[in-house]
Design a protein around this ligand. Structure first.
Ligand SMILES: [Zn+2]
Length: 93
């Protein structure tokens, strides 16, 4: 049970979808990265294939779709801060 998961980051390429889904368990999806050395859920190696969010919405389970959406949201946040934005506004006075 390791607390931290390592990833290969996958650079964006022309025409290549940004979401990587484990084709073995279909339960893990990551945004522009793949877990290493294997899938954290089923421990499959090289089981990840790239899909667009549209494609995942087409055939994925509700859980997989939700995971994909939240993975994209987390990736869009540059540096997650433990403190809320509201508290920094208050202390700026
Ligand atoms: Zn898997």
């Amino acid at each position: 049970m390791s607390a931290s998961q390592s990833f290969w980051s996958v650079p964006e390429r022309d025409g290549e979808p940004s979401f990587w889904v484990c084709m073995s368990c279909l339960g893990e999806v990551f945004y522009r990265k793949v877990p290493m050395p294997d899938c954290p859920a089923c421990h499959g190696v090289s089981t990840y294939e790239a899909f667009s969010l549209e494609a995942i919405r087409d055939w994925g389970t509700d859980e997989l779709i939700a995971r994909a959406a939240s993975a994209e949201q987390r990736a869009a946040t540059p540096s997650p801060e433990p403190s809320s934005p509201a508290s920094s506004l208050e202390s700026a006075d």
